[in-house]
Design a protein. Sequence first.
Length: 249
Amino acid sequence: MYGGMGGTAEREVIVDILILELLLFLALEGTLFSWHRGFAAETERFQRDILSHQYEEVKEIYLNMRGWRHDYHNHLQAMKAQIAAGQLEEMKQYLSDLEHNLERVDTYVKSGNLMADAILNSKLSLAEQKGIQVNCKAILPETLSIEDVDLCVLLGNLLDNALEACEKIPEQQRFLRIYMVVNKSQLYVSIQNSAKEELDFNEKNYISTKRGNHGLGMKRVKALADKYEGYLTLANEPGIFAAEVTLPL
């Protein structure tokens, strides 16, 4: 009889343990689900913010170009009037002014890839406004196996960081060097920019010391490199910061 009562007690303990394990499992599942849902929502929100930011920059360039084209007829009429009046020197100056204005709205880069051009040209337009000397070479195929959203996040964040670093030093020292090419089925991106000798950057963890989208942005670049089984390499020397990304296509 005592053995029977002992067996019942043991079974009750086992049942209690199983119930406890089940409750812990369900709690863990709920926590993981909530974390995954929160992370997915945060990622989607971040990508939406990035695309919205890029859209506003591209739209500004487009509006500038459309405004210039709208005035094209008026420019022709003005030059015809100057020719008719024999005002050749005035017309030369007029043409010089138009050329200067056209350089401000013309595309800086024609890589062959529409999405890359849209991002690069919008960022290089900002670089010009900030007095940054730019050297950019990009040769890309018309289509890439990388998703447009990922390419936008990749280039947008690297260039935003480069522009921000340039703003922290005197204008005469600012420079930005960009090189993009597809070589042996790999996309290679190299971005070098002038920077302070001591960077406010944690290279080991790929996040800045600041909070917010800036730090999240570099983490996203690292995540994209991992997603495509590629590499992100960061390096710095006094006065220069370099980021290199290699992605298999």
